[in-house]
Design a protein around this ligand. Sequence first.
Ligand code: NAG
Ligand code: NAG
Ligand code: NAG
Ligand code: NAG
Ligand code: NAG
Length: 687
Amino acid sequence: MAAILIFMLILSIPIFLASGASEDLSFTFNGFRSGDLSLDGVAEITSNGVLKLTNDVDQQIGHAFYPNSVSFKNQSTNSSVFSFSATFVFAIKSEYHDLAGHGIAFVVSPSRGLPGARPSESLGLFNESNNGNETNHIFAIELDTIQNLDLKDINRNHVGININGLVSERAAPAGYWVDGEFKNLTLISGELMQVWVEYDGIDKRIDVTMAPIEIIHKPKTPLLSFRRDLSSVINEIMFVGFSSSTGSITTAHYVLGWSFKINGEVPRLALSQLPELPPRSEKKQRSKFLTVGLPLICSSIVLTAVLGAVFLIHRRRKFAEVLEDWELEYGPQRFKYKDLYIATKGFREKEFLGFGGFGRVYKGVLPNSKIEVAVKKISHESRQGMKEFVAEIVSVGRLRHRNLVALLGYCRRREKLFLVYEYMPNGSLDTYLHDWPEVTINWEQRFEIIKGVASGLFYLHEQCEQVVIHRDVKASNVLLDAEFNGRLGDFGLAKMHDRGADPRTTHVVGTLGYLAPEHIRTGRATSRTDVYAFGAFLLEVGCGRRPIHQQDEADDFILMDWVFSCWSNGDILRTADPKLGGNFDPSQLELVLKLGLLCSHSSPAVRPTMRQVLQYLEADAPLPELATLRWRLSGNVFLNLRRRNGGSIGDGDGDGLDDFSMSYPVSTERNVTSSSSVAESVLSEGR
Ligand SMILES: *[C@@H]1O[C@H](CO)[C@@H](O)[C@H](O)[C@H]1NC(C)=O
Ligand SMILES: *[C@@H]1O[C@H](CO)[C@@H](O)[C@H](O)[C@H]1NC(C)=O
Ligand SMILES: *[C@@H]1O[C@H](CO)[C@@H](O)[C@H](O)[C@H]1NC(C)=O
Ligand SMILES: *[C@@H]1O[C@H](CO)[C@@H](O)[C@H](O)[C@H]1NC(C)=O
Ligand SMILES: *[C@@H]1O[C@H](CO)[C@@H](O)[C@H](O)[C@H]1NC(C)=O
């Protein structure tokens, strides 16, 4: 009886202390009662006083916060954070003995709940959009039981100090020091363990210590000790509590006791008074088995059978795909939708790699072979016969060259077409060139990539059985393999025609800035239109700029014209990519830029073939003198096109194209060797 009274007294202390404004806050819970904590998600307080943060349902969040706010700073003096300390006893029990997910975090947060936070690896603390953002003002100690390499987790049994994000500032494998010796602890063992979190407001140091419950005194050496001033992280008014989440494995996360203090040593927990951990699978209801259990089981069996049938039908439909007779001959090149679905984990956002021409690209790992692939999802337009389209894709897929990204096959389902490509670990070239990339690539690599792409394109144009026109050569379609070799990808737009035959007229496809003027005019894609795009690509790589981008409200910057004007002023190297920092072979860069101009010549007949391009690049033949060529300025074509549409033109959007041809102004032919300012003439004609 006396014990109960003392127990009640201890539990009521926080209320008194919290209401005394001048006193430093302190509270102790040796077990919890309902109402002690503010709970959300699946968190609950069990009948015997254990805080159970997560239950037996996967992908859940549980939050438990001390209901009152905590003042972490002295309003009247300065903005540094007070010292504080916390200790708690926890246990993690999983349905499996060696797997669990995802852990518990002790958290100091500006709000009592953490709205918008996600379960699983986000630990109920953050979501994809606010992870790592310093406006979060979240300080957390994570007890993490899953290794997530994206979050730089050191293992799947660690303690970490997290500030505003899921990537720990400091982390260590769970364990403790005793007499200079380190002892491991296993977070998911289901054993009770105690954690101490201390912040020294003067020293600006965070110490985290843990120990099994049997070690009554806090070990002298902390597990983690990290110097960091939390003044910018912790606001004056904050909330303290716990957050936990489960992923695909159901795990119960428990907290049995907790005490906290601002400025001073944390009150000891009365370990002997802590409630008992509930057994994992409770069988105490055996007596009720016949009255409640059996009917329940029977009805669940029926329900399961019905649900199972529904699921199977749903699954059938989900993975249904179209397979027609004519497709049988493509056999191995056709993938099962189910395999692609599994490979890309259901085309989930995390696997999303980017946008390719026509569709979204996802990373995947094929279920059987474990080969890494990139899967492009294309919405099929009914205009073009699917049969021809697939036939073309499959024949393009037979092409193999070390500078082409191999198309491994396709899959067709409803209105969707999926193209399966080799996965290129280093991504696309444009990410190293544009928008202030963190890493760029040096000139030697760029020159090798240029030569690689040239030889890939030469193969398509001249070495295959049929002439293959790529139709969308640009830096974002050049992918880099593990050795940074340039590989031309994205054959979604490629067209083939017999050697000597006239290429068919089709819809204009490609990307603005890489489209040859005659292609826009006639709609005919030829190897010369690929050469034009290759020229734009050369300038893009040499200058590190896109062929066209908006300079200000009224004007577009046209790379080709700028390079051209610098060249006619005798200073072509002025256009070199500043990211190269002047580290390049001037003669090579000059060759690339001049070749870029030559390939982008408005008259198709003047453009070199890819065979010649290769010879120039390999220095097997000298580049023709540019000054003797007549130039037709085509900048204003781009200007008008951009105004009307902007972005990529594709088969899927054929309607806009008639507008193009109508609005397309006639370019003037002039001999530029006598022209004073290219920019001036472009601008005056653009109006
Ligand atoms: C805040 O600072 C003032 C002035 O130094 C002091 O009188 C007061 O006790 C401090 N309050 C707390 C809660 O520490
Ligand atoms: C801010 O206050 C803390 C004590 O709360 C003190 O140790 C520290 O020196 C003060 N800093 C400044 C810049 O006044
Ligand atoms: C992420 O969390 C923030 C703040 O907690 C919330 O405002 C935002 O809506 C959330 N975003 C998503 C995508 O859930
Ligand atoms: C951080 O969050 C703020 C407010 O939600 C937002 O304005 C800002 O863009 C975010 N910063 C980053 C780097 O995401
Ligand atoms: C502790 O764990 C680490 C890695 O998990 C292991 O290498 C080491 O042998 C363990 N030590 C003991 C004493 O069990």
